[in-house]
Design a binder for this molecule. Structure first.
Ligand SMILES: Cc1ncc(COP(=O)(O)O)c(C=O)c1O
Length: 390
């Protein structure tokens, strides 16, 4: 593997701090390195590979569509894109879909919709939450409520402000008659696996409805069944005006999506926005197959049951540890929060040395986001790892 590390370090831009391992192939819950070692995958490419690795539904869909048509551009009608839009609309509270290639691009699109919608109403401000994460473009960095990602990249576009998470009073204080929209993560992922309180979400939602502020759900990490519901907003008594998606939507192919209610979707007229690759036949066909498989095979309920089991077992382990502050999560989006900084890094490294892939979120959380196909015996293995290493 040394030659891979050397070549990568020499020729790629050094923006990623990588672990010294490279994977050659994967199957189900497991990845296999070039050295032939087997790794249990509890990170799923950061919440992307919802069907695990080399799932036959994904492989067959890729083969089938690759032999027919990859890309034509949005100058023409695309059957597969229309099929996917129909599926997403029929299973969500929204009326229309737009497709792009990543999470940041989906949020950038939602921001443009919010700004255009606000333009006609004399509103431009956008609120988000401290510790949020919404992407790495200039505008989505401005939206991200963490200075560590922003440092050195300013000046940013105007009109962004950050509210304390789970604090509806702070939200009401910061929203004014110029506020066009708020972006919400129901579980802050990169921020450390922080679950939004039901009362907090419902209070700010009511306030948004009463004050003509768009309620935008960033479900890039929480969507597509990860939390034990198709969309995390279903845990709350809310109907977002806009929902952004990416990560698991095509189970490993690059795709982002924006779902919107009719009254906001229609602010984007002809020529006002676009994406060359967005919603091409290839990614759309694969996403349709993935979506139907997830829905028709009870994978969302499965994610809920497996998530409950994982949380219960980890909470048992945490009782015997004075290092853990809290185990928090919903479905298969789970964080083990440590009292001190530094421990999460150590645990992620120790796990890798034990052939288990987990991630870090925030400054003191170990995050577990396995594929939705995870089974109890995989969970027992990871719980045993934590029992022995905490
Ligand atoms: C909630 C959320 N929004 C947006 C993004 C950005 O997605 P991408 O990396 O695909 O641009 C992420 C990525 O981690 C995310 O978790």
């Amino acid at each position: 593997m040394d030659s891979i590390f050397k070549k990568s370090d020499m020729y790629t831009i050094n923006n990623y701090k990588r672990f010294k391992v490279a994977f050659e192939r994967g199957k189900g819950m497991y990845l296999y390195s070039y050295e032939g070692k087997e790794y249990l995958d509890f990170l799923a490419g950061i919440a992307v590979n919802i069907l695990g690795h080399s799932h036959e539904v994904v492989v067959n869909a890729i083969k089938e569509q690759a032999e027919k048509l990859l890309h034509v551009s949005n100058l023409y009608y695309i059957k597969e894109q229309a099929d996917l839009a129909e599926l997403l609309v029929k299973h969500s509270c929204c009326d229309r879909a737009f497709f792009c290639n990543s999470g940041a691009e989906a949020n950038e699109t939602a921001l443009k919709i919010a700004r255009k919608w606000g333009y006609d109403r004399g509103k431009y401000k956008v609120l988000s939450f401290k510790n949020s994460f919404h992407g790495r473009t200039i505008a989505t960095l401005a939206l991200t409520g963490q200075t560590k990602y922003q440092e050195g990249f300013g000046p940013f576009p105007d009109g962004f402000d950050y509210v304390e998470f789970n604090n509806s009073e702070d939200f009401i204080k910061k929203a004014d008659d110029k506020t066009a929209a708020v972006f919400v993560e129901f579980i802050q992922g990169e921020g450390g696996i922080n679950v939004a309180d039901k009362s907090f979400i419902e209070e700010i939602y009511e306030f948004c409805k009463a004050n003509n502020i768009l309620f935008i759900a960033d479900e890039i990490q929480t969507g597509m069944g990860r939390t034990g519901k198709l969309f995390a907003y279903e845990f709350y008594d809310v109907e977002p005006d806009i929902v952004t998606l990416a990560k698991g939507i095509a189970a490993g192919l690059s795709m982002g999506a924006v779902l919107a209610k009719e009254y906001v979707a229609n602010v984007l007229g002809f020529g006002s926005h676009g994406s060359t690759f967005g919603g091409n036949p290839f990614a759309s066909f694969v996403a349709c197959k993935v979506f139907n498989f997830v829905l028709n095979n009870g994978l969302i309920d499965h994610a809920k049951h497996m998530g409950d089991y994982l949380l219960e077992k980890l909470r048992e382990v945490s009782k015997g540890s004075d290092k853990i502050a809290k185990v928090e999560g919903l479905g298969l989006m789970v964080g083990i929060k440590f009292k001190d900084k530094g421990i999460a890094d150590e645990i992620v490294k120790k796990a890798l040395d034990s052939n288990i892939l987990v991630g870090k979120a925030g400054d003191r959380t170990v995050r577990l986001e396995p594929p939705l196909i995870v089974e109890k015996d995989h969970i027992d293995k990871i719980v045993e790892f934590f029992r022995c290493n905490i």
